[in-house]
Design a protein around this ligand. Sequence first.
Ligand code: HEM
Length: 523
Amino acid sequence: MRVLKTRIKTRTRKVPGSSPDRTRKNRVLTRVRACISLIRSGPGQHQNPDRTRILPSLASRAREQKKKRETKMDETLFLYGYIVFVIGIVIILIIMNTKKMLRGRSTVSIPPGSEGLPLIGETLQFMAAINSSQGFYQFIQVRHLNTGAAKIILNNEGENFTKRYIKSVGEIVGDNSVLCASTQRHKLIRSRLANLFSLSSLSIFTKQFDQLVLENLSDWEHKAATVVVLREALKVTFKAMCKILLSLESGKELEMLENDVARVYDAMLAFPLKLPWTKFYRGVKARKRIMRTLEKMINIRRKGLETHEDFLQCLLAEDAVDKDRASLSSSSSETPKKLTDEEIQDNILTMIIAGQDTTASAITWMVKYLSENEEVLDKLKVVKESLRMASIVAWYPRLVIHDCEIEGYVIKAGWSVNIDAKSIHLDSTVHSNPYKFNPSRFDGDESKPYGSIPFSMGGRACLGMHMAKAMMLVFLHRLITTYKWEMIDSDSSIDKWAMFARLKSGCPIHVKSTNIQDKAVAA
Ligand code: HEM
């Protein structure tokens, strides 16, 4: 309307021979009004002859004006759009800049390294490392943070971090295993299992283990020329685990279990392909057979047909206590926090695997280090030093639950982080001369907190730590007091497909009876 009014004034001034007389002005105004009404009511609706005369010129002018108005509107819209776009860009730039500035100020950045290719990440590099002479450790060695980060992560279970194994491990040990259960369920399972490792059960176990070692060592001298320590240690630790967990001491069931556990162990690092000829498939089948055997045992004990003094009985007894508690407090809507049969089964298998292979590997390394360092034979600290140098469990995998910041680096939710225990154990800033087997390093103040973490720390630390140390010491004691030995293959290569750091050679030795042996056997 403002545009039209301006035009009215202009036109009034331009009428030829006009005087500023009111009548003429009124006439012009009338025409213009007519024009406005014409525009409003649309063409061809007005019959007034006076109007008809002026219509063509006014109508075209109105069209022109409409066009101009529309163009103007288009221009305005475009201008507004442009302004909004520019403001948007400016806001994004400001946000990005602020983030950079904040990052710059707190010196927080993503840890160096690469996320690898989409979907497969760095799997190819990992496989290449496994096939190299140094094993998968070569892969992690270049991707580790320092000891400070390890301390923070290990003490943060369930908050920013939780444990996570690769899928194949989960499928083999079972979703209900203490290694793979959800953070919430892990707490309950861990507390139930921890009850089994009391001092009294440890002392019973140590006696049982001692007897098994004596029996095993007694025929070493009559064996073929060499004794492969790893092979023998695996036999003893397996028997020890089956006895303390299930009271299984001999027979076909024990033999079958031994073969199946070996298959399960082999499948843990295998490619998760379920085809009849693959290691993984054989492992899955073996796991099923083990589960069936355990289920049968549980049923027999639940029916009261058998009772034993072992870990399985303790787990079932706790279960019964929970049922009683639940029936006493009938008002409570809380469901009894007992372990399900599946949880008991998965965790019995987990403890056999966690206890047998790790300890047998540790014993083997200990014998090797001692063979190479005879001067330290009398030191009991050899256990700690062997564990530091061997790093049986080389890395501890964790899943990041929430974004957090560690040592100036941003750690994003969903990432996998690994505590690289082996790097910490062999870090020259933590241990002087780290590749030297020196049990005396733990004598004085040299040891730094979190410098030696062979059993991990925090909410996921090894439950069988004392049991493992006891087994290593008993084995060492009996070996030293029974035989003199000589190592016949000093190769330190690691079995690349083993879940835990195993000596590839198995540490073959020649043994010779000492006089002390006779006293020991007589005792
Ligand atoms: C020398 C022998 C052993 C070594 C070096 C060892 C080492 C470890 C380490 C490092 C962890 C924790 C890994 C992590 O933080 O991600 C662990 C967990 C565990 N270990 Fe051992 N272990 C040994 C023997 C045993 C024995 C004898 C048992 C019991 C039968 C056992 C049972 C367990 C269990 C149940 C867990 C899981 C704890 C959890 O996730 O809450 N370990 N072990």
